[in-house]
Design a binder for this molecule. Structure first.
Ligand code: C5P
Length: 232
């Protein structure tokens, strides 16, 4: 089946509990071609794996954004547990290094897609240097993207403005998942480096993580449909 533009939209449902999650997701499911939702650490800590299993059982594809970063053994075991939960995409932090990423890839197998976070978009050059990383930020992003690729990850997460920098470092089939997406008529909120949905896809993003422009819209289903149409 040919993927539809809606398949490239991951709605970040940053809500604190299951009831408020479903209050957004149920109308989206009823009225749009919603396929993907992102569940972050707050909702995961509040509602746990049982809730995530329910979301998967409802037929949605789940991107669980936990940004794992620990010794290889622990990360491997954690991913083994999350495979049982049935999530489809999961983030690990590339700064964990090659051994951690390889352990993650080996634990994930074929049915769980692993995305490597390169450099958090909350970092600037000074705050990155304060952690001991002296390399230029953009070069750090490219180097970590290559590490993710060489370690067998399925994709990376980066700013839409970094896609051109990371693409040459990646294997052809790898996912490039970008948050920081803002339709032309929506405020940037606290995001600093943004792109419109259409320009992010044109730059080479394979999936877009979109939160408030959908979840805080007057009508989330209408906002979802307008964004899908703009990709069209
Ligand atoms: O509401 P908004 O569209 O800004 O939400 C973006 C989502 O993407 C949030 O869930 C945020 O945690 C996530 N994200 C991000 N920047 C990253 C990684 C994830 O904004 N580098």
């Amino acid at each position: 089946m040919t993927p539809s533009p809606a398949d490239s939209i991951i709605v970040a449902v940053d809500r604190p509990d299951a009831a408020s999650f479903w209050s957004i997701v149920t109308p989206l499911r009823e009225r749009t071609a919603l396929k993907w939702v992102k569940i972050g650490s707050v909702l995961f800590c509040a509602e746990g794996p049982t809730f995530v299993r329910e979301v998967v059982s409802s037929g949605l594809s789940v991107f669980l954004d936990l940004k794992l970063h620990d010794i290889p053994h622990q990360v491997g075991l954690t991913i083994g547990r999350l495979r049982d939960v049935g999530v489809h995409l999961l983030t690990v932090h590339t700064s964990g290094g090659a051994a951690m990423l390889e352990a993650a890839a080996s634990a994930a197998g074929d049915d769980l897609g692993l995305l490597g976070v390169t450099v958090l978009t909350s970092h600037d050059q000074a705050s990155l240097a304060a952690t001991g990383v002296e390399l230029a930020l953009r070069e750090t992003v490219a180097r970590r993207a290559r590490l993710a690729s060489d370690s067998g990850l399925h994709g990376i997460v980066c700013s839409p403005l970094e896609v051109a920098t990371v693409r040459p470092a990646l294997r052809d089939a790898m996912e490039i998942v970008t948050p920081g997406i803002r339709p032309p008529d929506w405020a940037t909120d606290d995001q600093k480096r943004t792109a419109t949905p259409a320009s992010a896809i044109a730059a080479g993003s394979t999936k877009l993580v979109i939160g408030r422009p959908i979840t805080h819209a007057d009508s989330p289903p209408d906002a979802f449909d307008a964004i899908a149409a703009s990709l069209g």
